[in-house]
Design a protein around this ligand. Sequence first.
Ligand code: IPD
Ligand code: CA
Ligand code: CA
Ligand code: CA
Length: 279
Amino acid sequence: MNEPIVGSKSFAAVAINCASKAGEWIQSKLGAYQMLKEKQSPHDLVTEVDKGAEKLIRSLVMMNFPEHSFLGEEGVEPGPAASARALEDVQEAEYLWIVDPVDGTTNFVHGFPFFTVSIALARRGEVILGVVYDPSADELFIAEKGKGAYVHGKRMSVSGEETLRTSLLATGFPAEHRQALPRNLAQLQRIAPQVRNIRSGGSAALHLAYVAAGRLSGFWEVGLSSWDIAAGALLVQEAGGRIGDQDGTPYHLGVRDVLATNGRIHEELQAELALLASE
Ligand code: IPD
Ligand code: CA
Ligand code: CA
Ligand code: CA
């Protein structure tokens, strides 16, 4: 991809600026947020910080690229149907920013330092830039299509494990799409005995960044939304990994039931999930 320059700023420079400004602000609010609301249930939370961070990112993006489209979690009604509709409305846009201002709100609320700002830019439905910023660790993960994936300027590549037996995996327990939980638990029961171990940190975007960084061999979750996955998907791909729907469809913006791996264990893990789906 040629370096996309509009005005004096590249897409990547704007995304990094948004992620670090929002991340710094979110971090400063840790333990000090005032308004906490349950969206649909006690599992699905929103704070003034989610909304404020999205507003900040949106205004920085729009200031630089006023003709671009913007899809952010907090601008969409809660629930899977609304998030699918919101994506449908904009997914063909020439340039679409897909933003999760705080991925891991539950962690943020409890002071558990595992949450991120996730920012992706898609061009006619294809992700061309992904930034995931973890303000607690001050780690910025970035990938541009065709240019590799980096953390703190250091090139990332996925892990080398060849089998599930030696793999460290992560999963997440759906917060918004709670009806997907029984499926996730059945998957956990099937996969856990076959792998080295399983983690669940509570930020899909950060789990995907960890797959790209080779810290996890794979990650799966059901019932996610486009903003949870888009930036991390490019990180995984550009680090040499594989990501798609659990049914084997390669990654696209509409994927909700995600499977991301180092590539080497992908088929083995996908086959296990498929066996479960057919039972
Ligand atoms: C959540 C996180 C979490 C995942 C949930 C997501 P949010 O996003 O990614 O890890 O398990 O399914 O909804 O609501 O904190 O942005
Ligand atoms: Ca949320
Ligand atoms: Ca999220
Ligand atoms: Ca969020």
